[in-house]
Design a protein around this ligand. Structure first.
Ligand SMILES: [Zn+2]
Length: 495
């Protein structure tokens, strides 16, 4: 904890402004010290290899930790959970990894409203399991008041925890999910010279060289074991370590990110060397990496190598949790809430099916006479490729993501192998039309000699409407509340 005494001093030094900004980020994740399973991880930085992984979909659930009396300074609401789901999909879909919003819940506990260490977080998970606040078929995210770190992601597992204000720093949240998917900090073990000269190349600090022929090369297994992230220092603490400042002093923001230009997310420290005294080579992309320690404004990318490592972590599934949390691609086409109208009176208030944000949805006009949407695997319907409506993946209007009548859902997927196929044609004509018209073709053939009679709600819904028409050729038009129009042609014969 920062001593209270620091605050007036910092104000005097005119860094109050800096102090008030969310500059700091500390992660409570302890990188799993076990070795990767041989034969599964290959440290590949090949984009083709990465593009060959099949899509995988994980359920994800969010739990707000309240005080015992149910109160919280910042209670978890569904909108925050949806913001997180949106951010995850926008970032991870390129690796063919999808997240399906599964549920939101709360648990009340004075013991866990504040979390001060990794070990307290592990206790929270056990407490949640005992109290039915943990889904075994889902990722689980706990939102609490952290007093020693911003977030924590269980390495190669499906549980994470974060500041209850997580929706204000979703880049930090993505960092924690990166740990879940087997990523280490890019600075992992950066200044620890385990053995000199190294006995085991993989347990030495990560060397700067990226040339596999160099005898120093160990980027494929040392540090974060990802060769296309540079061997970087901990940007937050580098200055303090260099100058042997004690940790309390190092909490002073004036020393944090000392060698970073936070305006353009670049690093400059000409004297920085790795543990073999080789000069560091750190690029902007390394400062922007989600798994580095940087400010949220700089954190916006993973590398191909990290993508491959995440997919290999899912294959390894060393704790068996990824398989348990998996769901189907079809689930992405299911609403998280709301109901489809099928028949009978329309619900009041309206309760339309709502879909999670984070995808570009294209709703394509379709026909199949399906009062309920067709099953995901049933593509036996006709459709038009020009969209009735398009929802942007970054929309903030979550209430707008519903499934219009007479359309099928196309999720526009960023993955290069994806074949666009609209699903779930919903073509329901069971609603009552609000008004309409009857057009009589006076010559008994289709021409412009017509008489048009407008019909109000009662008249157009009259079940004797057709029966009572005199002999002749007619077009009946029914207009519905949702904007759809149904036209039918009637040849009325003599009775
Ligand atoms: Zn971390």
């Amino acid at each position: 904890m920062k001593p209270i005494m620091f605050l007036p001093i910092l104000c005097f030094l005119k860094v109050c402004l800096v102090l008030s900004q969310p500059v700091d980020f500390i992660c409570g994740t302890i990188d799993y010290s076990g070795e990767d399973t041989p034969g599964i991880y290959n440290a590949s930085i090949d984009p083709v290899e990465l593009s060959n992984y099949d899509p995988v979909v994980f359920n994800i659930s969010f739990w707000g930790v309240n005080r015992e009396d149910g109160s919280s300074d910042h209670p978890l609401i569904e909108e925050y959970a949806l913001q997180a789901v949106q951010a995850l999909n926008i970032e991870f879909n390129q690796y063919n990894i999808f997240f399906k919003y599964y549920d939101i819940g709360h648990l009340n506990s004075d013991d866990y409203y504040e979390i001060g260490s990794s070990f307290e977080f592990y206790d929270l998970i056990e407490y949640a399991k005992i109290n039915g606040k943990y889904y075994y078929n889902s990722f689980n995210v706990y939102l609490f008041v952290p007093t020693a770190f911003a977030g924590i992601g269980m390495y190669k597992q499906t549980t994470s925890g974060y500041n209850q204000y997580f929706h204000n720093n979703l880049a930090g949240f993505i960092h924690e999910i990166g740990h879940n998917l087997g990523l280490k900090h890019t600075f992992d073990s950066y200044d620890i010279d385990y053995n000199s000269p190294p006995v085991n190349r993989c347990f030495d600090c990560e060397q700067v060289t990226r040339n596999p022929a160099d005898p120093h090369y160990n980027a494929d297994c040392a540090g974060d074991a990802v060769p296309d992230t540079a061997a970087v220092p901990n940007f937050r603490e580098e200055y303090c370590w260099e100058n042997s400042l004690n940790p309390a002093v190092c909490d002073n923001v004036a020393y944090q990110y000392y060698y970073l230009n936070l305006e353009d997310c670049t690093y400059e420290n000409p004297s920085a060397v790795d543990c073999d005294e080789d000069t560091r080579q750190v690029f902007e992309i390394d400062v922007r990496n989600y798994m580095a320690y940087t400010i949220k404004e700089c954190r916006d990318s993973f590398t191909i190598g990290q993508g491959n490592r995440m997919r290999q972590t899912i294959v390894e599934d060393i704790f068996g949790q990824f398989e348990d949390a998996q769901t189907t691609l079809a689930s992405l086409y299911e609403p998280y809430r709301g109901e489809y109208y099928v028949s009978g009176p329309e619900p009041s208030p309206a309760n339309p099916p709502l879909f999670q944000p984070g995808f570009e949805y294209r709703f394509l006009p379709c026909e199949c006479d399906c009062p309920e949407p067709t099953e995901y695997h049933n593509t036996n319907f006709s459709y038009s490729s020009s969209a009735w409506s398009v929802i942007d993946k970054a929309t903030s209007n979550y209430g707008s993501i519903t499934h219009p009548n007479h359309t099928a859902i196309l999720i526009n997927h960023p993955h290069s192998d994806f074949v666009p196929q609209p699903r779930r044609c919903y073509d329901n004509w069971n609603r009552s039309p609000k008004e309409g018209s009857v057009t009589k073709f006076n010559d008994g053939v289709f021409n412009t000699n017509v008489t048009i009679t407008a019909k109000d709600s009662l008249e157009i819904n009259d079940i004797y409407l057709i029966q009572n028409l005199p002999q002749g050729l007619y077009k009946i038009e029914k207009n519905y509340n949702d904007g759809s129009v149904l036209e039918s042609i009637i040849q009325k014969e003599n009775e």
